[in-house]
Write a protein that binds this ligand. Structure first.
Ligand SMILES: [Zn+2]
Length: 134
């Protein structure tokens, strides 16, 4: 489920099944998903609320790599948004108490300024373009 916009308080997601756009408060999201068994928790995962229309549930996974300094594709830019969302949630303490505080790195402010001049907004592309080709 791509996200299209990120502010300090909200994220705008678009359902990849039915295209419904949903705004969620960051305060309602948290990191770490899995079963109730701590071993299954994964602090890289952001669970998005189910789509209000089709109930599709999707997850975002923070990338393991360092933030790219020169995003080239929609996939790169989307990754920046996901990583920034993840970092915001960590900062707000929105992670499962059984997790150690996940490592976090904000997106490079210069990159954000250059590629997101109007704020952290990214219109969804056709789904087939979401796969990073390079
Ligand atoms: Zn949906």
């Amino acid at each position: 489920m791509p996200i299209e916009e990120l502010s300090s308080e909200e994220v705008l997601q678009r359902c990849s099944m039915c295209q419904t756009a949903t705004r969620s408060k960051l305060a309602t999201l948290s990191l770490g998903v899995g079963s109730i068994v701590a071993d299954d928790l994964d602090g890289r995962v952001v669970r998005l609320p189910p789509c209000p229309k089709c109930k599709a549930e999707e997850f975002l996974i923070r990338s393991a790599a360092a933030p790219t300094s020169a995003p080239k594709s929609y996939g790169d830019l989307h990754r920046l948004l996901v990583d920034q969302l993840h970092a915001s949630l960590v900062k707000q303490g929105r992670f499962d108490a059984r997790l150690a505080a996940p490592a976090l790195a904000d997106a490079d402010p210069l990159v954000v300024k250059e590629f997101f001049p109007d704020g952290l907004k990214l219109l969804a592309q056709p789904f087939e373009k979401l796969d990073p080709a390079d």
